[in-house]
Design a protein around this ligand. Sequence first.
Ligand code: PMP
Length: 382
Amino acid sequence: MANYIYIDNFSTTPLSPYALSQMKDAFSLTGNAASPHIAGAQALFRINEARENISNLIGALSSEIFFTSGATEANNLALRGIGQWGILNAKERNRIIISDIEHKSVIETALSLTDIGFDVVKAPVLHDGTIDLVQLNELINDQTLLVSLMYVNNETGVIQPVWDAVRMTHQHGALFHCDAAQALGKLSIDVLELEVDYLSLSAHKCYGPMGIGALYIAADAPKPLAQNVGGGQERGLRSGTEPVPLIVGFGAAAQEAAGKLVDDAVHSARLSAHFLAKLDAAQVEYRRISGDAPTIPGGFALIFPNISADEIISKVSKTLCISSGSACNKGAVVPSYVFKSMGFSDEEARSIVRFSFSRFNTLEEAEQASLILIEAISALRS
Ligand code: PMP
């Protein structure tokens, strides 16, 4: 039992006991899924079972799931792989559009494609953290190869209007990629309804293990060029021996999430409501930075005017795990580009803290977390 309260579930979620038990069992298997014997067949069976569970969670076919080491690699495979595919197959399309608030693994990957001739354009977001669909629509043209928009932002919890963005993208014959790392297991995802071409997934954001994720590739979408070549695993798209226990853990977490989607959402929303009610009762000065924009259940970011988020975080850090989107660069605190692109000044962005409750948090923890925070803020204010 941890002696701290963890409400930093945008960073990573606890491993579910069920996923852990399935992984323990898989660690005792010896086989390599590529081997032509009973041990290999057993490993392959466990991998296929997991692939099925993951595909069921997003309404895909199991043949549309390609395992990677996480969402970072899935984003790299989608963006680089499609960029390289485009050079060979759609030369006239040299524009790639991402949003201002994508995860670094999308931003940096997209920017790296300028080296091979792509024009990379960033679509802005509105003050509430949702993509500006009007601006996005103006940016998409017939030279666009790919649009990449995340499902849920990892600093604000804001759910993006992916469905609308997909429609705009397809009207111009372009492809659509969605980084759904923060949405998997939190929101009901149906790839057929959304009509996304590519979707990145990560296990450790939905109670599975770190080090495993997947890229969904729609059956009728072009295959990205492989970024890892070698033994030809994952149907040639991602070489490297499949990590059976991690894949099994991911599959178990996905299976469990499918059955708990509604209960988890109700639970996390209840805890966050309780937590915020306590802050209100103590008259803590704060604002939800995403206004009325929809957020994932239990996930949100708050601004505490004129207090440094990093001071709050470090004051409570021994008992309460929370974080800000700021980064440390050569000793200086650089405010989050996500908050900046929503229109917050540097100073305001430095006062924003993100919170995310999980399936495993309790009401007592939500209560205790609010008390720790209230005490820290009042100490910093006085
Ligand atoms: N995209 C988003 C939106 C994320 O929140 C994260 C994890 N912080 C990633 C991608 C990277 O995922 P992974 O850790 O699986 O590489």
